[in-house]
Design a protein around this ligand. Structure first.
Ligand SMILES: Nc1nc2c(ncn2[C@@H]2O[C@H](COP(=O)(O)OP(=O)(O)OP(=O)(O)O)[C@@H](O)[C@H]2O)c(=O)[nH]1
Ligand SMILES: [Mg+2]
Ligand SMILES: [Zn+2]
Length: 292
């Protein structure tokens, strides 16, 4: 039988076959080969005849058109990078790493700035201006629901994950989107001491929203490492730089010290944001350690 893995907890998977959700495990050979099963994978499975609880066994993964390791998800049309400006404060390099991971995996990124009630319009516009020429963007207050309709337009009909730092409000947003279905996921407050989230969501779970949207709520993180990447691959993961690549004098321009660099010219004009460029430099530096 064919189904989609909609949740995975401690070696148990929940497979949805279009009618029911069945819990089960991966077949021994998958485990022996250390094959990871991602939430979002389309799998071939069968009901375990020897199991009185009607559990299933996953035989193989039959469709995984893309995947991310962190958060561990597959078969996405879009990943919405959610972040707040305060509580917790934004860390742009972390945001840009997640966007780069999407670019690398062939998953379309979108931006959702959360907790819009906690920032001034000016702060929000400044943050939006970093991304609005590159990706679909929206601002939401997930407590009141303000702005959620904008997000709904961006994600409608897609397999879409909400991902980002812990405590930014991903599950609160999910609850807004799920309210018609009477489903509620757990949310948690922000630690007073560290001013970070408490890692409330512990596993990825997919919810069908009814209009063909499949929403993945994912666990937050505090830091993120891009998977091993050549330093000169990083520039291809910054879409606005990639689009200017051909205009640089040198074909292999790293956009750092080279003359007639279209990216640096765009940076000076303000067409590329300093925040994005700083993330680019940082990630290129970090990637050099993989060469050693
Ligand atoms: N003021 C304000 N608070 C919000 C908003 N959205 C969420 N919160 C609060 O932020 C806290 C964290 O929300 P969660 O939805 O649990 O955050 P999360 O991103 O799912 O966190 P993890 O599961 O740890 O990754 C909760 O106390 C929410 O009530 C918002 O738009 N405005
Ligand atoms: Mg959560
Ligand atoms: Zn250049």
């Amino acid at each position: 039988m064919k189904g989609t893995v909609v949740k995975g907890i401690g070696g148990f998977y929940f497979v949805y076959d279009g009618a029911d959700v069945v819990m089960g495990k991966a077949r021994g050979n998958l485990k022996r080969n250390k094959e990871i099963i991602y939430v979002g994978d389309v799998v071939d499975f069968e009901i375990d005849e020897n199991d009185s609880d009607g559990e299933c066994v996953i035989n193989s993964v039959i469709e995984r058109r893309n995947y991310l390791s962190r958060p561990p998800v597959s078969n996405l049309d879009m990943l919405v990078v959610v972040f707040s400006l305060v509580k917790p404060a934004v860390n742009y390099p972390v945001i840009d790493k997640l966007i780069a991971a999407c670019e690398q995996a062939g998953i379309e990124p979108a931006i959702c700035i959360s907790k819009k009630d906690l920032a001034s319009e000016e702060e929000l516009n400044k943050a939006l201006s970093i991304y609005s020429n590159i990706y679909p963007c929206c601002c939401v207050n997930a407590v009141s629901g303000d702005g959620i309709d904008e997000l709904e337009k961006i994600i409608s009909g897609k397999n879409v994950a909400l991902a980002g730092p812990s405590g930014v409000g991903k599950s609160t947003i999910s609850n807004h989107l799920l309210s018609d279905l009477g489903i509620e996921v757990e949310t948690g407050d922000i630690s007073d001491k560290t001013r970070r989230g408490r890692h409330t969501t512990r596993h990825v779970e997919i919810f069908a929203l009814g209009d063909g949207t499949h929403l993945y709520d994912t666990p937050g993180f505090t830091s993120l490492e891009l998977q091993e990447t050549e330093p000169d691959e990083i520039r291809k993961l910054f879409r606005e730089m990639r689009e200017l690549d051909e205009d640089c004098r040198y074909g292999n321009c790293m956009h750092i010290n080279e003359p007639d660099c279209a990216v640096k010219e765009a940076l000076e004009r303000g067409d590329i944001s300093e925040s994005r460029y700083d993330s680019y430099l940082l990630m290129t530096e970090e990637a050099k350690k993989w060469l050693k």
